[in-house]
Design a protein around this ligand. Structure first.
Ligand code: F6P
Length: 368
């Protein structure tokens, strides 16, 4: 007898998801482990995240073909090296208060004969996963988000690839910034967490770093840039997180409203800041929002490895019946943590430890 497991990716895509699916499937179907585990598995990929489990009509062949993918070693053979998610994803919230379809989803989960469900998700998608667990679905979570804002894990798949994208993009921007003696305001993603700005800024050598965890003064940014100019620097890079805001102002978000979980789409603060610096100084300023460039591309070696470790870890959790939990990296080791705990609060930058509120940069020295 085989135990049938479903796996889906939900929320924003990122590099490394495919690696996790690849290794999850390979571990699940590893014949050598059958005697040890005492069970055999069959893995069903669900297309487009929660949407697939809502839309699928398990008794209709065409619908099954559209919303599910039988996964075996051959099907996922090359997946580990590709970015994005081959399973597809959406930002649908099955518990949307205006259209709660969680019961339908659970009905389909049962009709598909699934005995557990693996969710690759970030804060919101794993929040929905936890609610499904509370309603009786055997859930295992795998943390993935370029924001790296989930508590109870030192890593979320996709973060390292996004950091590398930021670093490469700033390398390009530096060249034109230097040619023209310009200031470049570079806006990165990260939602309410400043990790991408802080560590992307560190990696790319940004001169000013602005994070959501500390509201900045526009005048201070201008002052720091002018000081650099006076010191003979031809150009400067300002790395700003999409969630950062000037003191006394609200976050700047796009006009397209909110996602299925009620979050505004952040974006535009870099453009606003660029205009303000331009007004306050004689510096020539340009603005670039890196946006989804941070989410595309191939996974870095680290994301492939973490996808592998999280994928295999998730399968071990199923074997051990560790449901309602998320695979996690803690102090260099793979472990599992209760989803409830991981979702209690966002993991944000600890300003006192990592950030200079005076100079708007990371705290690099042992003694500052
Ligand atoms: O959560 C990942 C993330 O990339 C955020 O950093 C960003 O605010 C958001 O997703 C963008 O979402 P979308 O891809 O739906 O525009």
């Amino acid at each position: 007898m085989k135990i049938r497991i479903g796996i889906l990716s939900a929320g924003g895509d990122c590099a490394g998801i495919n690696s996790a699916v690849h290794w999850f499937v390979n571990s699940a179907l590893d014949k050598d482990l059958v005697p040890l585990r005492g069970v055999m598995f069959e893995i069903i990929g669900i297309v487009d995240g929660y949407k697939g489990l809502i839309e699928v009509k398990p008794d209709k062949k065409d619908s099954m073909k559209a919303w599910t993918i039988p996964l075996d070693a051959e099907a996922v053979r090359t997946w580990d090296r590709y970015g994005g998610t081959r399973l597809g994803t959406t930002r649908i919230n099955p518990f949307d208060p205006k259209n709660d379809v969680s019961d339908l989803l659970i009905e389909n989960y049962k009709k598909l004969g699934l005995e557990a469900l693996v969710i690759l998700g970030g804060f919101d998608s794993l929040g929905a996963a936890y609610r499904l667990y509370r309603k009786g679905v055997k859930i295992v979570g795998i943390p993935k988000t370029i924001d790296r804002d989930l508590s109870e894990t030192d890593y979320t798949i996709g973060y390292d690839s996004a950091l590398n994208a930021i670093t490469e993009d700033v390398d390009r921007i530096r060249i034109t910034a230097g040619s023209h003696s310009r200031i470049f305001v570079v806006e990165c993603m990260g939602r309410r967490a400043g990790w991408l700005a802080l560590e992307g800024g560190e990696a790319s050598g940004a001169d000013v770093i602005l994070i959501p965890e500390h509201d900045f003064l526009i005048e201070r940014v201008s002052e720091l840039l002018q000081t650099r100019k006076k010191a003979g620097k031809r150009y400067s890079i300002v790395m700003i997180s999409e969630g950062a805001k000037p003191r006394g102002m609200e976050e700047i978000h796009e006009k397209r409203g909110r996602d299925g979980f009620g979050n505004y789409y952040l974006g535009g603060v870099g453009g606003f800041l660029a205009e303000e610096i331009q007004k306050q100084t004689d510096l020539e300023v340009r603005y670039v929002a890196l946006r989804h460039l941070q989410r595309g591309g191939s996974p870095t070696a680290y994301d492939r490895r973490m996808g592998r470790k999280f994928g295999i870890g998730a399968l071990d959790m199923i074997v051990n019946e560790d449901f309602g939990r998320m695979v996690s990296l803690k102090h260099g080791q793979i472990t599992s943590v209760p989803l409830k705990k991981a979702l209690e609060k966002l993991r944000l930058v600890e300003v006192e430890k990592f950030y200079s509120t005076k100079d708007y940069r990371s705290l690099d020295h042992i003694m500052e």
